[in-house]
Design a protein around this ligand. Structure first.
Ligand SMILES: Cc1cc2nc3c(=O)[nH]c(=O)nc-3n(C[C@H](O)[C@H](O)[C@H](O)COP(=O)(O)OP(=O)(O)OC[C@H]3O[C@@H](n4cnc5c(N)ncnc54)[C@H](O)[C@@H]3O)c2cc1C
Length: 461
């Protein structure tokens, strides 16, 4: 009798680790794959090489959670299979193509739990492709994993909780923070008061960080409009408008981001149904409260299914694993499942508060200059996209890709997709939900051609 294939978990972040733990506790032996060299995901990312920093230095107030997660995953050693530095780049017919140690492995799975996380959401601005400009997350990765700063005089620009957190982490690490430029008005921050009854600790911690930045002399600017990054060969200054006045500041490193966007390509390749989510301004794979998708045996957890943060990711990972167990008639703890769902609903309400405090810059598509590069892989400007929309009467995002090459490059639209959708919606005077979403294609991230061909041959045999 042939053995039943393993369940596969993609992602060893908070969601994937808690999912793995629940499956192991029920006697299953999952395979966990992650393209990162060690477990922890984005927030609990580990340093590349040992250094003198303590866990507290690395993770601040989240140090205990980070330690617990790393420890709990280490305790699963021998009870699961874990492939670090393994990129799952394709899904077909119940099998996954995984690039590991430069070779292609094809793995049959019975149960697929996608815990793929998120990346920064970027809306291009003039100068964003200059050397010295990083995403906010990229700036944090430099600090966390390698202990280095993005510049000797850094500016942090955009919107979202990560904006203040990364600026604060840089300041605490001893780096010079020249300014924090928030695209949201100061008045929006009063919305955080609504979050006090839900998660007082998080709100107060955010307020403390902002106060500490201010006390350290970091300029905090709100309602920042029309930001432009300037420099000859690298970042030299940033200019912006605020309250009708023009401002300019010298800097040599910029961290930029407007909240996060979910990594949904694998759910797409798995055939999951998508629906537009107004809060995330993105099409997301549909899932029920337990994490079940429209495809039997495929589950979603964490930020890859919609942005909700690390605490939610841990709970969603466990909840999705319980759903997988239930679907295999392994009778999981129903009371625990109910507790997890209630906690996730509470975190969801807090997310609404954060969205109001750090609103999306809805005027971006109207203001973006024609000369600004929108798709850096294919070097397509906003003006070329506008012209293509007008010339070909484009109304849908995949059609825009076909006529403008936006989203055809290395990033497959993971960087430029949100911006292209916003611009298309604006140019055709429709809501963002009406323009569709870029269909995902394998390989979801670049892999050597020889490897893709080998996998294709293997599948055909
Ligand atoms: C750069 C960045 C920095 C952040 N910093 C903070 C912070 O300081 N504080 C905070 O509260 N929140 C932060 N967040 C948000 C927080 O990280 C998330 O809410 C949380 O990590 C979500 O957990 P997760 O398990 O869903 O996903 P993640 O923690 O993102 O884990 C997903 C994992 O999946 C792996 N993966 C994805 N696709 C594949 C694939 N195809 N093949 C193999 N592996 C794959 C990734 O390598 C990653 O390790 C950050 C987010 C980002 C993007």
């Amino acid at each position: 009798m042939s053995e039943r294939p393993q369940p596969v978990i993609v992602g060893a972040g908070p969601a994937g680790i808690r999912a793995a733990e629940a499956l192991v506790a029920a006697g299953l032996r999952p395979l966990v794959v992650d393209e990162a060299p060690s477990c922890g995901g984005q927030i609990y990312r580990q340093r590349l090489a040992p250094d003198e920093r303590s866990t507290r230095d690395l993770y601040g107030s989240e140090a205990q959670k980070a330690e617990a997660l790393h420890r709990d995953f280490a305790a699963l050693d021998g009870k699961l299979d874990y492939w670090p530095q393994a990129l799952l780049w394709n899904l077909r017919d119940g099998r996954a193509d995984i690039m590991v140690a430069g070779t292609s492995r094809q793995v049959a799975y019975d149960g697929l739990l996608l815990a793929t996380g998120a990346t920064d959401r970027i809306l291009p601005i003039p100068g964003w492709t200059l050397p010295g400009v990083f995403t906010l997350g990229g700036a944090q990765i430099a600090l966390k994993s390698q202990g280095c700063a993005i510049g000797s005089r850094s500016v942090f620009l955009g919107s979202g909780p990560l904006l203040y957190l990364v600026a604060w982490q840089y300041m605490k690490a001893g780096a010079k923070v020249a300014a924090v430029l928030d695209t949201a008005p100061f008045a929006a921050k009063f919305n955080l008061l609504r979050g006090l009854p839900l998660f007082p600790g998080i709100v107060l911690r955010g307020m403390r960080m902002t106060a500490e930045l201010k006390l350290a002399g970091v300029g905090l600017h709100y309602g920042v409009a029309d930001p432009r990054i300037e420099g000859k060969n690298a970042v030299e200054t940033i200019a912006w408008r605020q309250g009708g006045l023009e401002h300019r500041l010298a800097c040599d490193g910029i961290g930029y981001g407007l909240a996060l966007r979910s990594e949904t390509q694998l759910a797409d390749l798995a055939g999951c149904r998508f629906a537009f989510n107004q809060r995330d301004r993105a099409a997301l794979p549909e899932r029920d409260a337990a994490g079940r998708t429209s495809v039997p045996g495929v589950y979603l957890a964490g930020d890859g299914a919609g942005i909700a943060g690390a605490d939610a990711a841990e709970r969603a990972g466990e909840r999705a694993a319980l759903a997988l167990l239930q679907d295999r008639s392994l009778s999981p703890d129903a009371a625990r499942a109910a507790v997890l769902e209630a906690e996730l609903a509470r975190i969801g309400r807090f997310r609404e508060v954060l969205e109001a405090a750090f609103p999306f810059p809805a005027h971006w598509a109207k203001d973006i200059a024609d000369s600004t590069i929108l798709c850096r892989c294919e070097e397509v400007t906003a003006g070329e996209v506008r012209a293509a929309i007008g010339q070909f009467g484009v109304h849908e995002l995949n059609r825009l890709k076909a006529v403008s090459r936006i989203g055809m490059g290395r990033c497959q639209g993971r960087v430029c997709g949100s911006a292209a959708a916003e611009l298309l919606a604006h140019e055709t005077s429709r809501g963002i939900e009406a323009v569709g979403r870029l269909r995902s294609q394998a390989p979801i991230k670049p892999v050597p051609l020889t490897l893709a061909l080998a996998a294709q041959q293997e599948a055909a045999e």
